[in-house]
Design a protein around this ligand. Sequence first.
Ligand SMILES: CC(C)(COP(=O)(O)OP(=O)(O)OC[C@H]1O[C@@H](n2cnc3c(N)ncnc32)[C@H](O)[C@@H]1OP(=O)(O)O)[C@@H](O)C(=O)NCCC(=O)NCCS
Ligand SMILES: CC(=O)OC[C@H](N)C(=O)O
Length: 163
Amino acid sequence: MKRNFSILQDWSANKGNPKGRTILLLYRLAIRIRFTPVLLLFFFWYLVLYIFFVEWLLGVELTFGAVLGSGTQIWHGYAIVLNPAVRIGNNCVLRHSLTIGNKGADSKCPVIGNNVNIGAGVCILGDLNIGDNVVIGAGSIVVKDIPSNSVAVGNPARIINKG
Ligand SMILES: CC(C)(COP(=O)(O)OP(=O)(O)OC[C@H]1O[C@@H](n2cnc3c(N)ncnc32)[C@H](O)[C@@H]1OP(=O)(O)O)[C@@H](O)C(=O)NCCC(=O)NCCS
Ligand SMILES: CC(=O)OC[C@H](N)C(=O)O
């Protein structure tokens, strides 16, 4: 999954959602600086402020290593933690109380497709793939692959509808 450095790539997807817009704008700016050596040299202080404000104060850890596709939406913007190895496609929706990371036994992390709508309070853990056009219900714990065009809910997540 290739990284897109455009700073406004999530702007229109977050219309009517000023907090999501702000977090993603600050994140995209941080990513641009982090991966551009000359910008890093002059603006490393921005990354310190970014970590303090977005990660520590807001509790939204998108992490610099993770790849978040264009048109990402963040609703409510609390308690989000992404492992740096996570890959997320375009036009996905993230909500509060979300963890995407490894299982602890090894460091492998989920790869998530496009148009994946993740409910509040979800954990997605381990070496797994989630396809395109997937809905993950609130409070789900996902530890296995989810195929494209599915709705998955529960702990452990089960498919309730496959298109
Ligand atoms: C998954 C979801 C999209 C399904 O909505 P829906 O299509 O209207 O589904 P239904 O309410 O008809 O439920 C279908 C079945 O799934 C179950 N189900 C639905 N959502 C569930 C969830 N989050 N966890 C566990 N089971 C769930 C229902 O109990 C029902 O089971 P049954 O057929 O055995 O009775 C929705 O329930 C959901 O979780 N959305 C997340 C949105 C969110 O996070 N909102 C918070 C905003 S801050
Ligand atoms: C808590 C709630 O219902 O929030 C609605 C919001 N638009 C969302 O989908 O996240």
